[in-house]
Design a protein. Structure first.
Length: 113
C-alpha cells in the first residue's frame, strides 16, 4: 500500500503494474525446468525467483540474485548476455547497461532514450 502512495506522488501507478508484469516475465525466462531437479538447478531457480524489475518514469532497474553454488553461478553468467538482450527487447525505449555484479546481486540499469 505504501508503494502505491509513493508512486502516485512521484511516478505512475501504471508503472507498478508494468514492473509486476515484467518481473513475472523475467522470472519465467530465467527459470530452468528439468525432469530431474538437481541441487544446482534448485539453487539456481531459488535465486532467480527473487529477481525484480523496477519500472520508473525515466529508468528501469533489473536486480537478479546470484546463486550461492558455484555451478549455479556459472549457469547465470553463461546466460548473462541473453538476459540483457531479453530485457532490451522487452523495453525498446530504454538503453541498457551491461550486467554488473554488486555483492550478491546482478544489476542491469536502463535509462530512457
Amino acid at each position: 500500500m505504501g508503494e502505491l502512495i509513493i508512486r502516485m506522488k512521484t511516478d505512475s501507478v501504471l508503472n507498478v503494474v508494468r514492473a509486476t508484469m515484467k518481473t513475472e516475465h523475467l522470472r519465467r525466462f530465467l527459470k530452468q525446468a528439468n525432469k530431474e531437479q538437481s541441487l544446482v538447478t534448485i539453487s539456481f531457480n531459488k535465486a532467480v525467483g527473487k529477481s525484480v524489475v523496477d519500472v520508473r518514469k525515466d529508468r528501469i532497474l533489473v536486480r537478479i540474485m546470484i546463486p550461492r553454488q558455484q555451478q549455479a553461478q556459472k549457469q547465470l553468467l553463461d546466460i548473462q548476455n541473453q538476459i540483457v538482450n531479453d530485457v532490451s527487447n522487452s523495453n525498446p525505449n530504454f538503453i541498457f547497461s551491461n550486467a554488473q555484479r554488486s555483492g550478491k546481486w546482478l544489476w542491469i540499469i536502463g535509462t530512457r532514450q
